[in-house]
Design a protein around this ligand. Structure first.
Ligand SMILES: Cc1cc2nc3c(=O)[nH]c(=O)nc-3n(C[C@H](O)[C@H](O)[C@H](O)COP(=O)(O)OP(=O)(O)OC[C@H]3O[C@@H](n4cnc5c(N)ncnc54)[C@H](O)[C@@H]3O)c2cc1C
Length: 82
């Protein structure tokens, strides 16, 4: 944990591509209960990250979505004790 909180990075602008990179499209969010990232169509099926139809401009929004939805899905799976 100390590595993540104490690690310092010097940033200087964008890198090689200087553009956004994310997959647009994927599983329709209307088919997912975001409270646990669980499918409304199939039992015991969970989604997280870029497989969902969620995308944002480069800058961390896609990473944040991947991490947050992954945490929510993992928490729901652990609670469900599948
Ligand atoms: C070049 C580039 C730059 C980017 N820059 C940014 C940025 O600056 N900011 C931002 O917010 N987003 C950025 N993104 C987007 C961001 O990286 C993705 O939205 C995010 O990583 C998606 O996370 P994910 O966990 O859903 O998928 P991924 O990170 O793609 O993880 C999926 C994982 O599943 C594994 N996998 C695939 N198939 C199988 C299988 N059959 N069995 C087991 N494992 C499998 C893959 O190997 C991979 O490790 C960038 C993307 C690219 C390509």
């Amino acid at each position: 944990m100390a590595f993540f909180t104490g690690y310092e990075i010097a940033a200087a602008g964008k890198t090689t591509f200087k553009d956004e990179f994310v997959t647009a499209g994927g599983v329709d969010t209307a088919e997912v209960d975001v409270a646990g990232m669980k499918s409304r169509l199939h039992a015991d099926l969970f989604f997280a990250g870029e497989i969902l139809n969620v995308d944002g401009i480069t800058g961390g929004f896609n990473f944040q979505h991947a991490w947050t939805s992954g945490f929510v899905a993992a928490s729901a799976i652990a609670s469900a004790r599948l």
